[in-house]
Design a protein around this ligand. Structure first.
Ligand code: NAD
Length: 356
């Protein structure tokens, strides 16, 4: 099959890590008989340098004409003096809006060979750690009315419509069907009216997915359970604010920022895939970055947008074998141990995809 991928390398380490993810896609393509055609477009600081704006219209058009979007990272000190409306990070909000991306998917998985990097005690991990947080992205307290009274009292309006809850809930249940058929919906329904709507709506959506187990947790308990027994979770479904916090918590219990992919999905099959880390200006241009988060983001693209689960497994399996073989970039190497470059890590993953 043939697929058109929009490639937004961005700033800092963006070009280095995205290059390795493209090599992994090409290697999977050779192995399974697919062709990936890439169309590159500038975003963030690179776009400011090229055309003066962080999100050029042409970049949006290229993304809209693609089957999916692969993004590196944006930002860096060079553009810190830009006005707020033209900061590189602003481009991310813009592209999410233009592509209708309302669901943010963040997997947190413990890679067995990196178990040492996990801050939890081994007995907390007896049931493993392999979950995804499905976070609503377009509503909640971030987008409600904001105001400040004369006496200083301040307000942030938390809002959700039934339609907004329903579409994110469907995404979570669909995702659970591609995983272990279990959704945990997280809210604060003992206090918040939006959470009571959330619960009612999720319960209604669940009727259409009798094969998926559903349970509910209050957000305070969910935060606790994540560090006490993360193995109990498969898909965590939650709103924008709670998802912001829980997805960071889930990420940090896996150990390294260079290992964590993410996806943002819309109602169509097109999604945007990117590592959760930033542009790491401190190591940019040195061939030192860990490309695995971006390579795994490409694997998520294969699974969730291009419907190629076997091909996604091929990449994830290759990453695991490379780690098992002891290959490490600087960020995941033990102090004093040898480590490899970004491009050598990409090469090692491609060899494993070929041999797997
Ligand atoms: P960062 O994630 O870029 O870096 C934090 C630390 O992690 C740094 O020490 C960096 O070297 C290290 N690191 C990050 N990714 C790595 C990788 N793949 N391999 C090895 N080490 C890695 O966060 P920051 O320093 O707070 O932000 C730098 C810039 O990135 C800022 O301009 C920020 O606004 C931007 N940013 C962009 C995104 C995005 O594009 N989605 C996300 C977060 C931050």
């Amino acid at each position: 099959m043939e697929f058109r991928i929009a490639v937004l390398k961005g700033d800092g380490i963006g070009p280095e890590i995205v290059a390795e993810a493209m090599k992994a896609l090409d290697t999977v393509g050779e192995k399974f008989g697919h062709t990936f055609t890439y169309e590159e477009a500038p975003i963030g600081g690179a776009a400011i340098d090229a055309v003066g704006e962080c999100l050029p219209e042409r970049t949006v058009d290229i993304c809209q004409g693609s089957d999916s979007v692969l993004l590196g990272a944006v930002g860096g000190p060079k553009w810190d003096s830009q006005p707020p409306s033209n900061r590189p990070e602003k481009a991310l909000l813009g592209i999410r809006k233009e592509l209708g991306l309302f669901a943010n998917i963040r997997p947190a998985r413990l890679w067995e060979p990196l178990a040492d990097a996990c801050p939890l005690k081994p007995e907390r991990l007896k049931d493993g750690l392999d979950l995804v947080v499905v976070r609503e992205l377009t509503s909640d307290v971030y987008f409600g009315d904001k105001s400040r009274d004369a006496d200083g009292r301040s307000h942030d309006d938390m809002t959700y419509s039934p339609e907004e809850v329903e579409r994110i809930a469907r995404r979570a249940f669909e995702m659970a069907r591609q995983r272990r058929n279990h959704v945990t919906s997280v809210d604060k329904a003992n206090v918040l009216e939006t959470s009571r709507l959330w619960r009612e709506t999720v319960a209604r959506v669940a009727e259409g997915y009798p094969d998926v187990e559903l349970d509910y947790l209050y957000v305070d308990n969910a935060a606790m359970q994540l560090v006490l027994n993360p193995g109990q979770f498969d898909v965590i479904l939650t709103g924008n604010l709670f998802g912001d916090i829980l997805s960071d918590e889930a990420s940090c219990i896996t150990g390294s920022i260079g290992m964590l992919p993410s996806a943002s999905l819309s109602l169509s099959s097109r999604g945007m895939y990117e590592p959760i880390h930033g542009s790491a200006p401190d190591i940019a241009g040195k061939n030192l970055a860990n490309p695995i988060a971006t390579v795994l983001s490409a694997a998520m693209m294969l699974r969730y947008s291009l419907n190629l689960p076997q091909e996604a497994d091929a990449i994830e399996g290759a990453v695991n074998r490379v780690l098992e073989a002891g290959f490490r970039t600087a960020d995941i190497a033990k102090p004093g141990d040898e480590y490899m470059t970004c491009s050598d890590m990409g090469q090692a993953i491609c060899s494993e995809i070929r041999n797997g």
